[in-house]
Design a protein around this ligand. Structure first.
Ligand SMILES: CC(C)(COP(=O)(O)OP(=O)(O)OC[C@H]1O[C@@H](n2cnc3c(N)ncnc32)[C@H](O)[C@@H]1OP(=O)(O)O)[C@@H](O)C(=O)NCCC(=O)NCCS
Length: 157
């Protein structure tokens, strides 16, 4: 991983990087058909949550927004830099700051489900009609099997 990766954080009430996060989310929506939340919902949720962002030379590599209870509202990595560990790094940030880490993922979003399972999430339940467009979701929780330690270690590298 490049040494120039810089971590930034928007605490609740702070939306300094919200516009750039929205633009990345919209690129992912257009290109991949996921992260379909509307702007009003996104901005409101962003302001209420803590967002962890990774930058390289002022380019946004990815971000994760988490609620106070460790529930991940949004997670996106720039399509140009996928598979380089940034998604795992963002989840590690959330895990370092929250005792429990949970999220929902579309039942049809196979890459995200594979990613979450690969880094230690387990499916807790399936919810039909979870999304506004009628799509179903899995509710996932990060396991307590030591992955937290692995992730923390990963962050200290
Ligand atoms: C899901 C997402 C965040 C993953 O980000 P990423 O930076 O590419 O993932 P990482 O490089 O950190 O991958 C971490 C591990 O998961 C594995 N992984 C990632 N995507 C995978 C996939 N599609 N299938 C299988 N394994 C996968 C990687 O191989 C890596 O394994 P390793 O540690 O053994 O090398 C990214 O694909 C994304 O932004 N997707 C679109 C938005 C989205 O779906 N968000 C989730 C909404 S619920």
């Amino acid at each position: 991983m490049s040494v120039n990766v810089e971590k930034r954080t928007d605490a609740p009430g702070n939306d300094t990087h919200a516009e750039e996060a929205w633009e990345l989310k919209e690129r992912v929506r257009r290109e991949e058909g996921v992260l379909k939340q509307r702007r009003g919902f996104f901005m409101d949720a962003y302001r209420r949550s803590t967002t962890y962002l990774l930058y390289e030379d002022d380019t946004l590599l990815g971000f994760a927004s988490a609620r106070r209870d460790g529930y991940i509202l949004f997670l996106a990595v720039n399509p140009d830099v996928r598979g380089e560990g940034f998604g795992e790094m963002l989840v590690a940030e959330v895990a370092d700051n929250h005792r429990s880490v949970t999220c929902h993922a579309r039942t049809t979003n196979a890459p995200a489900l594979e990613f979450y399972k690969h880094i230690g999430f387990r499916v807790k339940r399936r919810i039909d009609n979870y999304y506004e467009d009628g799509g179903g979701a899995y509710y996932l929780k990060l396991g307590e099997d030591g992955l937290r330690d692995k992730l923390s270690e990963f962050m200290r590298r």
